[in-house]
Write a protein that binds this ligand. Sequence first.
Ligand SMILES: *Cc1c(COP(=O)(O)O)cnc(C)c1O
Length: 372
Amino acid sequence: MEKVMLVAARKEIADVTPYVAGKPIEEVQRELKLDRVIKLASNENPYGCSRLATEAVERELSQISLYPEASGPMLLQKLANRFGLESGNVILGAGSDELIRLLTRAFNSTGDEAIMADVTFPRYETNVTIEGGVPVTIPLIEGVHNLEGMLAAVTEKTKIMFVCNPNNPTGTIVGKAALLAFIENVPKHIMIVVDEAYCEYVEDSEYLDTVPLLSEFPNLVILRTFSKIYGLAALRVGYALAHPTIVRNLHKVRDSFNTSRLSQAAALAALDDEDFVTTCRQKNKTERAYLQNELDAAGLRYFPSHGNFIMVHFPDHTGDDIFQRLLRQGIIVRPGNLLGYPQTVRVTIGDSEQNQAFIAALRNILNGNDQQ
Ligand SMILES: *Cc1c(COP(=O)(O)O)cnc(C)c1O
């Protein structure tokens, strides 16, 4: 064969793997010819989103030939008011995923170190690597961030520290006093990113409210999203709360129109429906208790979850085996080997019917009744 000259990619991305998303329902239906497929793989909201949000999207549809207001000033102001901040403290992203990318783009230079947990949300490591930074990973203890270990790993090269609270994939939170001490002890020239994608689900009194700390800690960045409890994952909108100087630097590296008219309109409306959020939080709590009871009854261990997902440990199976065998029964979960825990799966807490179907399918596997 003729030798072709290939265009060389940046060496920083040689070992980066594209994000492996949860398997889509449509794909599983096609491949396995199943009528009913339940997706409990991506921590989506099983109750959909607020009607106010869908109505706002419908109204906005007549405007989609026009670019949106680039920074989403109405939504910025509404978020700022809600948190007692100025709109200069807030920036929108195409999901908080994009904000992680903007943070590393703007702040992580080649050779800078970023400290994060092992295992946590994989986008921190990927984006640090893309920017030529060095991810430094500190193992979780019993599924919980080892904040003291992370502090001990600080060197003169450290630039960013990531704390995912609740942590994806384990669902655990860090203690209030421990996180406060951590934020106080991180040197002021190092950025602390607290990713709170699931904060609206948390009811534990040990959960630290980080927003009031922003005025005192100009190195603190809080990430939130409309993808989880607000149920707007497809519209791609999240936000960061931070010191105005950080926000200004993020604006420099974002795409011109990173959120759309539809996403801005939906998020604005969703903020007016507190009842929807409260109902989802309550239902999630009830369903989490149901799942945890059933797992207890099956003798399975799991990390105590504060979010809308549970990481379950299987002493006698690989996570991939459980994943495949659930899949054949029409249930998509997330195998832990993709997330760094080979003998686990992460299951999103669905609605009552979905959870019962999951438990029934799981029982089939544990009894060996699924392999005809
Ligand atoms: C889902 C998730 C996000 C990002 O979601 P977006 O849809 O990009 O807003 C960020 N962090 C964690 C920990 C998540 O689980």
